[in-house]
Structure formats: structure tokens, C-alpha cells
Design a protein around this ligand. Structure first.
Ligand code: CP
Ligand code: NVA
Length: 306
């Protein structure tokens, strides 16, 4: 049994399989072809933080695969009343086939997985957001044909998205140019543990303009992630120069893509003319969450089917 708790949990070969499977599964969806490999299977979705895309993409995706879902939040379950995570894992995983969790610390999802009888998927933690990066890379591949050897510019917070980009670059042979304000850097230890990452898989730039120079993809995220709201005012000041604008896009390669995992704040981390402009692929990116996660759920429950 496999869990998907961080991007580094799968090999490059597994990602190649998942991206090709996602393309096939997306094709079936687009042509209204019924595909129910997960009939009678149930996905439990546990949300301790808000969500639009993750909820809709997992829920719609599971129904499209013939399965069903149970939706739990902290507020309407015993999770919010301090039932131990280990007990919750043992109970929920006896009645369902797959569990997706969005929570705070990565330790919590790791503990859940340890006590779960079924595969567990990370639907976002403070540290990682692997399903989103899988969708982002699938989107890049759809538009540009492959990501190995390419350069991704990360402008903004050294957050869960940034950490996951680092893991992906290490594994899939591309480079991330990271630019964050001082005090909000990425944490190499968090991304790679004690392991030495592939040389040159990421480079740090103090000036976000330098990070964007020559990039094939420019991407950013909110200045304040969920769970960090108390730091909002300090962050607004610190991040003022980390707003993706036309000047940054002009320094990137001609035809470079722009991505944002959403939700976005126009005028903060990205200007409206960028996110709503011709280089932005944010709507494909959001839709692709569903297609890659369908491939992921199929893989975790049925293994390789092709
Ligand atoms: N990108 C993303 O995970 O969006 P939600 O918070 O809406 O799920
Ligand atoms: N970094 C953001 C991503 C939201 C999808 C957060 O954790 O809130």
C-alpha cells in the first residue's frame, strides 16, 4: 500500500505513468466516456482548512470514476473535539478505501497514515501541496511538451507550494529559481531532509526580477497561507516587491507561462493583467487538479492499469 504525503513519495517513472494516465482519463471526461474503475469505492475527505478546488476536484473526480465520497470537517466531526488522530485513522480507514486530508502540520497526516489501513493523500499541509504541483506540471507538459531541463521561477513565500516545487525539480530534472523576501526563505531541510538534492535543481535570487530572467514558467502564491493569518500585516509589507507584474513576465522567456494555484489576490502577489493575460494558464491548471487526482486515485487503488 502506498500513501501520497509529499511529492518525493513517488519516483520519476511513477510520475511519467501518472501524467500519461491523466491525459487518457482527461480524454475520456472530455468525450463523455463513462469510466467507472472505482465503482463501490469510497473516498473520505477530511478538511481542517477551507477549500474550493481541492474539494470539488476530489469529489467530482471520485464520482466520475464510479465511486462515492464522505466529506468531513473539523467543525462537524469528532476531529474538532480532540479525538486522537490515531483513533480517527483506524476508524475512518475501516469504512472507506482512500482518505484525502487537508490539515496543518505534516506530522498530523504522517500519523494518520501510520494508523490507516488504506492509502492517504495529502490535500495540502503547511509544508507541502503535492497534488497541486502534479497538476501544475501536467499543465506545463500539455502546453509545452515536457518540463525536464526547463526553468520555473517561484516569486513569493517559501511556503508549501515552494517546498513542493523543490522536490519536483529534484526528481523531474528541471530548475527552480526561488525568490522570497528575507525571513520567508524555503527550507532545504524540509524539502530534502538529510538527503543531498540534485546539484542545480534550485537557485536562490534576492531580486525577483533576476529569478524571472529566462524562465519558462513564472509562478506565485498568496503572501499569507492558511494558518498564518496573524502575520498578515507584516507579510503585506515584506512582500510588496514580490508581485508578479508585466516587467517580470517580460524578463522571462518569450511565451513563458504564468501559473497560480489559486485563490489569487489581484494587486498583491500578481497583477490582474498577468493572471488575466494571454500567458496565464490558471484555469487549465485548476481543472487539471481533477484529472491528475483521478489518475492518482486509480493508481493508489488499482496500481498500473496500462
Ligand atoms: N489550489 C487549491 O488547493 O485550492 P483550494 O484551497 O480552493 O482547494
Ligand atoms: N499556500 C496556500 C495555498 C492555497 C491553495 C495556503 O496554504 O493557503
Amino acid at each position: 500500500m502506498k500513501h501520497y504525503l509529499q511529492f518525493a513519495d513517488f519516483s520519476a517513472d511513477e510520475y511519467n505513468y501518472l501524467f500519461s494516465r491523466a491525459a487518457i482519463i482527461k480524454g475520456k471526461f472530455k468525450s463523455y466516456e463513462k469510466y467507472h474503475p472505482l465503482a463501490d469505492r469510497t473516498l473520505a475527505m477530511i478538511f481542517e482548512k477551507a477549500s474550493t478546488r481541492t474539494r470539488v476536484s476530489f469529489e467530482a473526480g471520485m464520482y466520475q470514476l464510479g465511486g462515492s465520497v464522505v466529506h468531513l470537517t473539523t467543525g462537524d466531526s469528532q476531529l474538532g473535539r480532540a479525538e486522537p488522530i490515531e483513533d480517527s485513522a483506524r476508524v475512518i480507514s475501516r469504512m472507506t478505501d482512500l482518505v484525502m486530508i487537508r490539515t496543518f502540520g505534516q506530522d498530523k497526516i504522517a500519523r494518520f497514515a501510520e494508523y490507516s489501513r488504506v492509502p492517504v493523500i495529502n490535500g495540502l499541509t503547511n509544508e507541502f501541496h503535492p497534488c497541486q504541483i502534479m497538476a501544475d506540471i501536467f499543465t506545463f507538459i500539455e502546453h509545452r511538451g515536457g518540463i525536464a531541463g526547463k526553468t520555473v521561477a517561484w516569486v513569493g513565500d517559501g511556503n508549501n507550494m515552494a517546498n513542493t516545487w523543490l522536490q519536483a525539480a529534484d526528481l523531474l530534472g528541471f530548475t527552480v529559481h526561488v525568490s522570497t523576501p528575507g525571513g520567508y526563505e524555503v527550507d532545504e531541510k524540509l524539502a530534502f531532509g538529510d538527503r543531498q538534492p540534485r546539484a542545480g535543481c534550485y537557485k536562490v535570487f534576492s531580486d525577483p526580477l533576476d529569478a524571472c530572467r529566462g524562465a519558462d514558467l513564472v509562478t506565485t502564491d498568496v503572501w499569507t497561507s492558511m494558518g498564518y493569518e496573524a502575520e498578515n500585516e507584516a507579510r503585506r509589507k515584506a512582500f510588496a516587491d514580490w508581485c508578479v507584474d508585466a516587467e517580470m513576465m517580460a524578463l522571462a522567456k518569450e511565451g513563458a507561462l504564468f501559473m497560480h494555484c489559486l485563490p489569487a489576490h489581484r494587486g498583491e502577489e500578481v497583477m490582474a493583467d498577468v493572471i488575466d493575460g494571454p500567458q496565464s494558464v490558471v484555469w487549465d491548471e485548476a481543472e487539471n487538479r481533477m484529472h491528475v487526482q483521478k489518475a492518482l486515485m486509480e493508481y493508489l487503488l488499482l496500481g498500473r492499469v496500462a
